[in-house]
Design a protein around this ligand. Structure first.
Ligand SMILES: Nc1nc2c(ncn2[C@@H]2O[C@H](COP(=O)(O)OP(=O)(O)OP(=O)(O)O)[C@@H](O)[C@H]2O)c(=O)[nH]1
Ligand SMILES: [Mg+2]
Ligand SMILES: [Zn+2]
Length: 322
């Protein structure tokens, strides 16, 4: 057996991983050993550092090096295992369009909670500010500044906010997360036209994007750093959290928690709850509280939502990406 070499996983397919090794990308099959005793659904994720033997045909992936962090979720409503979406990332850029598709508080709150749980810095990118016909931008800003979360306002089509976005990406490993159609690929193309990522059309009927990016992959940025462009994920359910953990994932609630009568108050049904009072007085936005309650219910053991939880359907007719 030849010497093992260290590479980085840039893409994961069903049977092989695409690994960058000494400036080239090769496909490597994970060894069976990596699956033995595995509790998670997948042994390898995009962003992982791995040890490769490139003298076999195909190359083989021998070892996954310890991770600094990972972003995981519950695989699906039928599969309670942990699914590691990405590993070793510095930050998650949560892309949301203000309109087309419309801004989703629930989706935003779930991924924010996941960042908090996995200890990865979130940055909220509010894109398509040119489409803010209903003037929701100010309200969204206020809600998330209170958490607090760092916020960028962008318009990927006319270039507004792209300098700030570059500044944030420079030298970091960033996950780009957001619904189909939010403008992740358009933004990356603005920053680095050579990437030539395919961008989607928005269906006017549904006002939703179809998935144009269908798998996660790690890309180099000329300005320094890496981005992981991900396909939109419909529902992000945390993995391994207990009911009692959820309240810690909504940082702005903590401010009011000291006024709760019971120290282990779930802010759900208990009397004399500081968070419920703050909600009634308008200090806690209703959207944040609704997301909290939904996640609280899910966190109960054996309770998984009935709704399908897969990466939005893959369009087989879509041409391959550049
Ligand atoms: N009006 C407006 N349209 C935009 C803006 N940013 C992107 N778009 C359009 O939105 C559509 C979807 O953009 P994409 O970049 O493909 O979205 P995506 O987030 O990569 O979507 P997936 O790859 O499917 O996850 C394209 O038609 C873009 O031209 C913006 O700031 N304003
Ligand atoms: Mg895309
Ligand atoms: Zn309470």
């Amino acid at each position: 057996m030849g010497d093992l070499k260290k590479g980085r996983v840039v893409r994961v397919d069903a049977k092989v991983c695409h690994v960058e090794l000494e400036g080239r990308i090769l496909q490597a099959a994970p060894r069976g050993l990596l699956f033995e005793g595995l509790k998670a659904k997948n042994p390898v994720a995009v962003g992982d550092w791995v040890m490769i033997n490139d003298e076999t045909e195909p190359a083989s992936l021998h070892e996954v090096l310890p991770r600094t962090n990972s972003l995981s979720r519950t695989a699906s409503s039928h599969d309670p295992r942990e699914q590691v979406l990405v590993a070793n990332a510095d930050q998650v850029l949560i892309f949301s369009s203000i309109n087309k598709p419309r801004f989703s508080s629930n989706r935003t709150d779930r991924i924010l909670a996941a960042c908090e749980w996995n200890d990865i810095e979130p940055i909220l990118v509010l894109n398509k500010i040119d489409l803010d016909k209903k003037n929701i931008l100010a309200e969204v800003r206020a809600t998330y500044e209170a958490v607090p979360v760092k916020i960028l306002e962008t318009c990927a089509t006319d270039g507004r906010g792209m300098d700030e976005l570059e500044e944030v990406l420079k030298g970091k490993v960033s996950v780009l997360y957001g619904p189909s159609g939010a403008g992740k690929s358009t933004s990356l193309n603005q920053i680095q036209p050579g990437l030539n990522l395919k961008v989607g059309k928005i269906s006017s009927h549904w006002e939703q994007g179809r998935h144009t990016t269908t798998f996660s992959r790690l890309l180099h940025l000329d300005l320094g750093g890496w981005v992981i462009d991900t396909p939109g994920i419909r529902v992000f359910r945390l993995h391994g959290v207990k009911k009692a953990d959820i309240r810690g994932l909504f940082p702005e609630f903590v401010r009011y928690q000291s006024k709760c009568k019971y120290p282990n108050c779930t802010h759900d049904h208990e009397p004399e709850c500081g968070v419920l009072d703050a909600l009634e007085e308008g200090f806690v936005p209703e959207t944040r509280y609704m997301s909290y309650l939904e996640m609280l219910v899910e966190a109960a053991p054996d309770e998984f939502g009935a709704e399908e939880d897969i990466i939005d359907e893959y369009d087989p007719d879509a041409p391959d990406e550049a």
